[in-house]
Design a protein around this ligand. Sequence first.
Ligand code: ADP
Ligand code: MG
Ligand code: MG
Length: 250
Amino acid sequence: MELVIRDLHASIENQPILKGIDLTVRTGETHALMGPNGSGKSTLANVLMGHPKYEVTGGSVRLDGHELLDLEPDQRSLAGLFLAFQYPVEIPGLTVGKFLKRAAELRSGEEKLKVSSFIRELRETMDFLEMDQNFINRYLNEGFSGGEKKRMEILQMLTLKPVFAVLDETDSGLDIDALKIVSRGVRRLSGPDFGSLVITHYQRILDYLKPDFVHVMYNGRIVVSGGGELAATLEAQGYDWVREEHGEEV
Ligand code: ADP
Ligand code: MG
Ligand code: MG
């Protein structure tokens, strides 16, 4: 399968942010998207998840030929796209366990999953992520630290087993342990039936993730793409050369 982004344009409050994104992610591939702060990486993630604050002004996003931009966020998830929390809200009374079970039921099309086998698999996944089992009974997002939110996101991904995952490493509050968890989760799903786009500005995650492709976003466009070796160039040289080559387009 393919996730194909073509000439994607998007604005926020009438301000153009994405200025023609072209990117194809195939199953079996791991892509890293990097780039300086403010280049539009999180905007891309938000547009892919269908956040209402962003207006798509052109282009297409197709999953296996089907236009995703016409779909509601939950339909995108059913189509096999994983995006972390649409809205990272606290939901009083909704525990992590109930939330994940409901999400897994929606994804599988089963009305009710068997509690015992669901819980068994969930516990196994939590062990894999080195998460405390008590987490199952906590209320969703209530008082979660940045690292706990990140673990929750990966737990959700491993529970849903999507075809494509888009993960945005938000800029603040994440330590290297949280990044390792993300890498571990992505690598667990990695294989011929899974593709990922990991958005990060930490070079170090790439040591764990070993992406097949690295892309650099600058000023709302992907300006450089390469293999894993591009990460080493960025590590050594930073983004100044990207700015020098593409700054005049600002
Ligand atoms: P990155 O994730 O690469 O750091 P963002 O997508 O967060 O970049 O931001 C791209 C640009 O869009 C920035 O100039 C930022 O100020 C602007 N932007 C992002 N989100 C909003 C928002 N909710 N309201 C106004 N401007 C925004
Ligand atoms: Mg940012
Ligand atoms: Mg960001």
